[in-house]
Design a protein around this ligand. Structure first.
Ligand code: SF4
Ligand code: SF4
Length: 96
């Protein structure tokens, strides 16, 4: 069965843009609430038990084996963090 959508040509001049996401953390702002961990729909964050910040809390990190390629860019972590400790930025690349 063929996917008819894939047979529709794009108009001339349209370029595909790959959007990727980078996740940034300011560890010493974190208060260890784990809201970002709980609300990430891709389940790519975890509490980093190997690190204590200046407040004595464990900040989040990417789960082992995860990468920012799996980040959906939903911004839930950024929106829900009460300390503005985690945020994301998009990077765009033009592809053919
Ligand atoms: S932007 Fe969304 S998918 Fe990416 S780390 Fe934050 S909550 Fe998870
Ligand atoms: S939501 Fe913010 S304060 Fe809470 S664990 Fe995540 S980074 Fe830390």
């Amino acid at each position: 069965m063929t996917n008819k959508k894939s047979q529709i040509p794009f108009p001339a001049g349209i370029q595909k843009v790959e959007v990727q996401w980078e996740i940034f953390l300011i560890p010493d702002r974190c208060k260890g609430c784990k809201l970002c961990v709980a609300f990430c729909p891709r389940d790519i964050l975890e509490e980093n038990l190997e690190v204590l910040n200046v407040k004595g809390y464990h900040p989040p990190r990417l789960k082992p084996g995860e990468s920012t390629e799996h980040c959906a860019g939903c911004e839930f972590c950024q929106l829900i963090c009460p300390e503005f400790a985690i945020f994301i930025q998009e990077t765009k690349e033009l592809t053919k």
